[in-house]
Design a protein around this ligand. Structure first.
Ligand code: GLP
Length: 261
């Protein structure tokens, strides 16, 4: 795990975009994994800028979302497919086509089957080359809530009450409007991506960041499974990194070593 600690979320997002742009310049037409939530928004804005400057393009790429809410209307603005379209799809954004943006099919009558189909689609595409991740305050990645299998594939999941409260801000601050279930890539699915880039910002993520980087691997903090992945970059701001015991070592490693192949 490579940990980059930055003064602000903005600096960390710029670094994240730089890493993605460089990765795609070396490996064009790679498959990108997309996270939602507020954390990657500045990163996506940077990718749009890089596209406008001619430095980056998703024209020839597939992109797979990490997760999707179940039971929402297809035109709901908070449906993750619609959020990601708004951020990345089109020749005015990053060149990603609507057809190449893949999200779980929530119009399927059986979410378990939709989950199996989504897992198969990721595998059929040859897997994800670079997966962007955020993290929930309870340590979830995708929507893999605490207490689930560390080896799960894409599955139908329930949202923890902490997540319902956290995500209420996207639903008129009313947690009752947040869908109760979702389809999420499993922890094993995420672990199968070749490279992972996780961003976390702010006080509210401090405990999750500490556990992710320095905690014991446990189903209680699902993101800790990433300690077993060979290529993970974690970009954090000072506020979320405040309780890390070994931050000096992470800073030295960040300055002296390469982060990604
Ligand atoms: C959401 C998403 C995750 C995201 C996390 C953090 O519920 N399913 O993919 O990483 O929670 O969200 P935010 O970045 O808004 O804090």
């Amino acid at each position: 795990m490579r940990v980059g600690i930055f003064n602000s979320a903005e600096e960390a997002s710029k670094e994240g975009a730089k890493i993605i742009v460089e990765f795609f310049s070396r490996k064009p037409a790679s498959t990108l994994g997309l996270a939602t939530g507020s954390t990657p928004l500045m990163l996506y804005a940077e990718l749009r800028k890089a596209y406008a400057n001619g430095d980056f393009s998703l024209h020839n790429s597939l992109a797979f979302a990490l997760d999707e809410y179940v039971g929402m209307d297809s035109d709901h603005p908070q449906l993750y497919r619609n959020v990601l379209k708004e951020e990345l799809v089109g020749d005015d954004k990053t060149g990603l086509s609507d057809a190449n943006l893949r999200t779980p099919n929530i119009s399927h009558p059986d979410p378990d089957v939709a989950a199996i189909n989504y897992e198969a689609a990721i595998q059929a595409a040859g897997g994800v080359d670079l997966q962007i991740l955020g993290i929930g305050a309870d340590g979830h990645i995708g929507f893999n809530e605490p207490g689930g299998s560390l080896s799960s594939l894409t599955h139908h999941e329930v949202l923890a009450s902490q997540t319902l409260e956290d995500n209420a801000r996207f639903f008129d601050k009313d947690s009752d409007q947040v869908p109760r279930t979702c389809i999420t890539q499993g922890l094993k699915t995420i672990m199968n991506a070749k490279n992972l880039l996780l961003l976390a910002f702010g006080e509210s993520k401090r405990e999750a960041v500490t556990q992710l980087i320095e905690g014991p691997v446990s189903a209680k903090w699902p993101s800790t499974v990433l300690q077993h992945h060979p290529s993970v970059i974690v970009l954090v701001d000072e506020a979320s990194a405040g309780d890390l015991e070994l931050s000096e070592l992470y800073r030295t490693r960040w300055q002296m070593l390469k982060h990604i192949d």
